[in-house]
Design a protein around this ligand. Sequence first.
Ligand code: ADP
Ligand code: ADP
Ligand code: ZN
Length: 213
Amino acid sequence: MKIIMLGAPGAGKGTQAKKIAAKYGIPHISTGDIFRANLKQGTELGKKAKVYMDQGLLVPDELTCDLVVDRISQPDAVNGYVLDGFPRTIPQAECLTNALKERNESMDIAIDVTVPDENIINRMSGRRACLGCGATYHIEFNPTKTEGVCDACGGELVLRDDDKPETVKKRLDVYHAQTQPLIDYYTKAGILYSVDGTQDIDKVFEDITKKLG
Ligand code: ADP
Ligand code: ADP
Ligand code: ZN
């Protein structure tokens, strides 16, 4: 099963992608996680990406597309994968479509997690990410057992720099201008499925799994 997660920053793409990956035994591929891992390791890619990420802007398509095409060509992706945070622009979507076409493949479904902008700022300011393993929580909606400590690895939880309200507003603008057109793109491709992302985490997941079967 080859799945794309669409939705605004903070809509819950990552949260649902992790649950889908665990249930169906396919890799969760998050471009944001890949960029953050590169940043932590101090690679050239990480340094380049940071400049854009800090401003709430998208990393250029040239730096993003090859990375994903390479990742989905790894052996663990033969039975499918869930793409989280990619594609985010029409050129990225075209790059993906073309790369798959060369192998006589296509994506199965694009899941749009819909959440109005009003809810997003609140979601993001309460999001906490683990420095150790990248797990995400929410101080109110998905809290850890011990405050500030990751349930999965015991790592320290932080508010991401780009989750501060000023940057979130910018990211929402970027989302509406550059990413929202993908809803049309995948509707035309006949694979769009919209789910109400304002429901609680388990209910959103239930709707998704009903659809995926
Ligand atoms: P969120 O899950 O909140 O939407 P991500 O972790 O997916 O955030 O992305 C964080 C940042 O990484 C983005 O604001 C952007 O700068 C960069 N990024 C992630 N994926 C892409 C992509 N497909 N194209 C361009 N930039 C990306
Ligand atoms: P995205 O990957 O789309 O940026 P995340 O999955 O990281 O979004 O979720 C953003 C924040 O909102 C996190 O703190 C997460 O725990 C929380 N969250 C995710 N889904 C829901 C939901 N259905 N209801 C309430 N909070 C949620
Ligand atoms: Zn952790």
